[in-house]
Design a binder for this molecule. Structure first.
Ligand code: MUC
Ligand code: MG
Length: 375
């Protein structure tokens, strides 16, 4: 009965290139443009839902590029869900997993569009399909990643003054460790009372991490994200054993077994949750349960998504029994043009979950058209 009219009749994709407000640097890449694949899913009853697959720096942060994501959705994932009921969330995700191994960002983009369409068709927020929301706002961190301490301090002070962010993530690893420490010391001194997280994005060796841990601890850094290469599990565990600061696992664990392996090796005690790693909304919730069951605390990670991708994460994060470290969904504010009509808001240091049906956001069609890649 409920399924009638709710068959998926079309899945379309478009690549968009969205300029950022400033250069965003990571240890292994830097961007001034964020590229996404926007997925549009249409149902027989006329409902349309949207999802977003994010990348960072081409196939650099992870192996998927927007070009590959679009091709794999168009050729393999879309045919896998066409004609199926949008309400068969598990069956649709299984069909996509059968059609393509890994391709997590691509699967997550389609999955988000299906959750949005299902919710919009029934007049329910997507969080209802995931157990229902436990919270309507989440403390949200801002990332400082230009590499220029003066600019970063000015940017952070503006965020504090606007009461948008009071926790900051500093990207490390693109300067020498000594230069990064000097930069970090200036930032920490300028932002008293603010929590500081450092993301090394795999940029350090075990020796460098061990050498600089005491300085990070002295500066009061509260969390160190992905200091070493994902494959260096034993080395990361040795770093974690010596570190007074918890280590957060990011690129080292996409799948459930990878999360368990990190936790069992004691290589991380906090897990960064991302749709591009888990491959779908239900899968993201499962990743949270797996990490929690292994004793890890949870952090809501991002890949600089627009308001659309942020809303898909918030639909899941709002339902999690535990989310000890809040989230970092600052993406809607780092892009020059958001692709939504501003339903995701930032106020009193929190990101507010949009309450509307589906993912709770609507698409700015004019922005989507003007930023769509031509040719
Ligand atoms: C990452 O590795 O966490 C998310 C925020 C940010 O500044 O970089 C990304 C990716
Ligand atoms: Mg990271």
């Amino acid at each position: 009965e409920f399924a009638r009219g709710r068959e998926v009749v079309a899945v379309e994709t478009v690549i968009v290139d969205v300029p950022t407000t400033r250069r965003h640097r990571l240890s292994n890449t830097e961007i001034t443009v964020q590229s996404y694949v926007i997925v549009k899913a249409a149902l027989a009853d006329g409902t349309v839902g949207y999802g977003e697959a994010a990348t960072l720096g081409g196939p650099r942060w992870a192996e998927e590029s927007v070009e590959a994501i679009k091709a794999n959705i168009d050729t393999y994932l879309a045919p896998a869900v066409l004609g199926r009921s949008v309400l068969s969330f598990e069956a649709n995700q299984l069909a996509m997993q059968k059609a393509a191994s890994r391709n997590n960002a691509a699967r997550a983009g389609v999955d988000a569009a299906l959750f949005d369409a299902a919710g919009k068709s029934l007049g329910l927020p997507a969080s209802q399909f995931l157990g229902g929301a436990l919270r309507d706002r989440i403390e949200v961190l801002w990332a400082l990643a230009s590499g220029d301490a003066d600019q970063e301090i000015e940017e952070a002070r503006a965020k504090l003054a606007a009461r948008e962010h009071r926790r900051f993530k500093i990207k490390l690893g693109f300067h020498s460790p000594a230069d990064d420490m000097a930069r970090l010391a200036l930032i920490v001194a300028a932002l008293p009372g603010c929590d500081i997280v450092c993301d090394v994005n795999q940029g350090w060796s075990e020796a460098t991490a061990i050498r600089y841990l005491p300085q990070l601890a002295e500066l009061g850094v509260v969390l160190i994200e992905q200091p070493l290469l994902p494959g260096l599990v034993a080395a990361t565990a040795r770093v974690a054993a010596r570190s007074p600061i918890p280590i957060m696992t990011d690129e080292a664990a996409f799948t459930g077994p990878e999360i368990v392996a990190q936790a069992m090796a004691a290589a991380g005690s906090v897990y960064s949750l991302k749709l591009v790693k888990s491959g779908g909304l239900m899968e993201l919730k499962r990743a949270a349960a797996i990490a929690s069951a292994c004793g890890m605390e949870l952090y809501g990670g991002c890949l600089l998504e627009t308001g659309l991708g942020a809303a898909a994460h918030l639909a899941v994060f709002s339902t999690l029994p535990r989310l000890e470290w809040g989230c970092e969904h600052f993406g809607p504010r780092i892009v020059k043009t958001d692709l939504t009509n501003g339903e995701v808001t930032f106020k009193d240091f929190h990101i507010h979950c949009p309450p509307g049906p589906g993912l709770g956001v609507t698409i700015n069609e004019a922005a989507l058209r003007s930023l769509a890649r031509k040719g």
